[in-house]
Design a protein around this ligand. Structure first.
Ligand SMILES: *[C@@H]1O[C@H](CO)[C@@H](O)[C@H](O)[C@H]1NC(C)=O
Ligand SMILES: *[C@@H]1O[C@H](CO)[C@@H](O)[C@H](O)[C@H]1NC(C)=O
Length: 344
């Protein structure tokens, strides 16, 4: 018996595949790897979508996979799939799915229905997706990570999920959404909405996010930060990114309810003033923690007596980033507090 196994193993190892994977030849050009009980399927080399369906029709010792990958590096040709129909993965279930750098524009409403109770992480990025059935998200009761960045989504319906922790909808220019977009996902810790053509920040849009750590709104068209635009309910937020917007106007309490430790980054905006009325409450809240940072980079702020209140406070200046520049290019951190002594 032992000799027989040995002989088979030596003679046709590739035909046998590697238990618990299916027979390697049956699933080509997909390939399967196993690490203990974790079985991964990689179909990144397919030429036509039928090859996926064919692979998943093979005899499988196990249909519970850890990870499905259909992805190529961005400097390679995109994976030539345009649509995924509902039955393409047969009975297979997945905990993690990564489909990236493809021509995928259409995905069946129930493609991953077998994975409703297993899927933890879904990445459908760098494709041409115009729509996705977000209404089924709540059926994935283990789903914590959803990355749909770099697509062409034109509409995102309100997200309902108790498990979701991270959502990335970045680089989908101009999709429609309601201000209640994320109200039904109270477990979110990380929200990425870079480059979505957001023009207006609706007050209280993040008011349901009692676990939020990071909010990234870089690369949008926000000109004006209204009161309560960044209102957070539970003092958990430590990282807010507003780089590459057009922020000029700030209202009192435009940001409220962050953690005492906050990194607020507003590089490359249009700030032309830094008034105590608006900023002192923010600095009071966060400057007790020396790890906090207010990052503005180059600004249009005239550094005269208007900022004496800031420059003469060592506590505030400790968290005011050392790269922040006045309109004339001088660094705030180089300003001599003594030279503001004459200010009223
Ligand atoms: C507030 O945050 C704490 C963790 O800092 C968390 O345990 C609690 O559930 C949160 N409350 C709400 C209402 O989200
Ligand atoms: C500044 O922001 C604008 C608008 O988002 C962007 O087009 C530009 O590339 C940014 N500049 C830098 C240096 O990042």
């Amino acid at each position: 018996m032992f000799a027989f196994l040995l002989a088979v193993g030596i003679l046709i190892p590739s035909a046998l595949g590697q238990f618990p994977c299916p027979n390697a030849i049956d699933i080509l050009p997909c390939h399967c790897t196993a690490d203990g009980e974790d079985i991964d399927m990689d179909c990144s080399n397919i030429n036509v979508v039928d090859q996926i369906e064919h692979a998943f029709m093979a005899d499988m010792p196990f249909t519970a996979f850890r990870k499905l990958t259909i992805a190529r590096d961005l400097d390679q040709n995109a994976v030539p799939i345009e649509s995924l129909g509902d039955r393409v993965f047969g009975d297979a279930t997945f905990r993690e799915v990564v489909i990236s750098n493809s021509y995928l524009s259409d995905i069946g409403n129930n493609v991953f229905e077998k994975s409703f109770s297993t899927l933890e992480s879904l990445t459908l990025s760098h494709g041409l997706l115009n729509r996705y059935n977000f209404a089924t998200l709540n059926l994935f009761n283990q789903l914590t990570h959803l990355d749909m960045s770099h697509n062409r989504l034109s509409f995102v319906s309100d997200i309902i999920s108790n498990s979701l922790q991270l959502i990335d909808l970045s680089w989908n220019g101009g999709f429609f959404y309601s201000p209640e977009l994320l109200v039904g996902a109270p477990g979110l810790t990380h929200i990425y909405l870079q480059n979505i053509d957001m023009h207006d920040l609706t007050p209280l849009m993040f008011a349901a996010q009692g676990h939020l750590d990071t909010l990234d709104l870089a690369g949008n068209f926000v000109h004006m930060m209204p009161s309560d635009g960044l209102w957070f309910p539970n003092d958990t937020v430590t990282n807010v990114v507003l780089d590459n917007n057009f922020v000029l106007d700030l209202s009192i309490e435009f940001i409220f309810g962050t953690s005492n430790k906050l990194s607020l980054s507003m590089r490359n905006n249009s700030l032309s003033d830094f008034t105590a009325e608006i900023w002192q409450p923010v600095l009071e809240k966060v400057s007790g923690n020396t790890k906090s940072r207010i990052v503005l980079g180059e600004t249009n702020i005239q550094c005269g007596c208007n900022i004496a209140w800031l420059v003469t406070s060592t506590k505030y200046m400790r968290v005011f980033d050392s790269t922040n520049q006045c309109a004339d290019g001088s660094l705030f951190s180089d300003l001599d507090p003594d030279s503001f002594a004459h200010c009223p």
